[in-house]
Design a protein around this ligand. Structure first.
Ligand code: AMP
Length: 217
C-alpha cells in the first residue's frame, strides 16, 4: 500500500507519516528530509537545491522527481511507502503516477491534513528540530523537557532557516497555489481522504485510520 500525505507546512504531515509508517509497516519517504540530507552531504543535487530551499522556493521538478524515483526504485520489495512532501505540484504527481504504473504499482490513498493559515503560521514559528534525527518539537504545544535539547537523543534543537521570516509566508503561498490543487487531482481518482489537521495528534491519527479502514473494507 502506497500512501501520500498532503498538507501545508505545519499541518502535521511528518508526525502522522511516522505513525502511519509504524502502523502499516510502510517506509517513510520525506522529500524535505532527503533534500536536507543531500545538502548536508554536499551532493550535486543537494548543492543545486540549496538556494531554492533557503529562499523557501520549490526545488526544480527534475531534481526532486529524480531523487524520489531513485528512492522508490531502491525500495522495491517493501510493503509500501508513505510520501510526505512529494508530490507538490501537478507535474510531480503525474510523473509519480507514471513511474509507479511502470513498476506495476499505484498510490492507494492521498490523505489531506487541512488546517487554517493562522494556525500553520503559529505552529511553524514555534517549531524546533533535533540535529541528530529530525525529531520535531513545538515551544508552545509540544516543548522538550529541557529547552534546546532533544528528549529522545539529547542532541541540540534548532529552527530551520526556512521556518523563519519571509520564507514561511512564501512556502505557505506556494502550498495554497501549487500543491492544494492536488486534492482535486486525487479526488478525481477517488483516492482523497480529508482530515481536520487542527485537532490533536491522537485525534488526527484516529480519524485517518478510521477512514483508511472504511475504504479498505
Ligand atoms: P519540507 O521539509 O517538506 O517543508 O520541504 C522543505 C523545502 O524543500 C521546501 O520548501 C522546498 O524548497 C524543498 N522541497 C521539498 N519537497 C519538495 C518537492 N516535492 N518539490 C520541490 N521542492 C521541494
Amino acid at each position: 500500500m502506497n500512501l501520500i500525505l498532503l498538507g501545508a507546512q505545519g499541518s502535521g504531515k511528518g508526525t502522522q507519516s511516522a505513525r502511519l509508517a509504524r502502523e502499516f509497516g510502510l517506509v517513510p519517504c520525506a522529500s524535505g528530509d532527503m533534500l536536507r540530507e543531500a545538502m548536508a552531504r554536499g551532493t550535486p543535487s543537494g548543492e543545486l537545491a540549496r538556494p531554492y530551499y533557503d529562499r523557501g522556493d520549490l526545488v526544480p521538478d527534475d531534481v526532486i522527481i529524480q531523487m524520489i524515483l531513485e528512492r522508490i526504485n531502491s525500495l522495491s520489495g517493501s510493503q509500501g511507502i508513505i510520501l510526505d512532501g512529494f508530490p507538490r505540484n501537478l507535474v510531480q504527481a503525474e510523473a509519480l503516477d507514471l513511474a509507479l504504473a511502470r513498476m506495476g504499482q499505484r498510490i492507494a490513498q492521498a490523505i489531506y491534513l487541512e488546517a487554517p493559515r493562522a494556525l500553520l503560521l503559529d505552529r511553524l514559528s514555534g517549531r524546533y528540530i533535533c540535529r541528530a534525527h529530525g525529531h520535531v518539537y513545538n515551544s508552545k504545544t509540544n516543548p522538550p523537557k529541557v529547552a534546546g535539547v532533544c528528549d529522545i537523543d539529547g542532541s541540540e534543537l534548532f529552527q530551520r532557516v526556512d521556518d523563519t521570516g519571509p520564507a514561511i509566508e512564501k512556502r505557505l503561498d506556494i502550498f495554497f497555489a501549487e500543491t492544494l490543487p492536488l486534492t482535486e487531482y486525487y479526488a478525481r481518482q477517488g483516492k482523497l481522504i480529508a482530515v481536520d489537521g487542527a485537532q490533536s495528534i491522537e485525534e488526527v491519527n484516529r480519524q485517518i485510520l478510521a477512514k483508511l479502514n472504511t475504504i479498505r473494507q
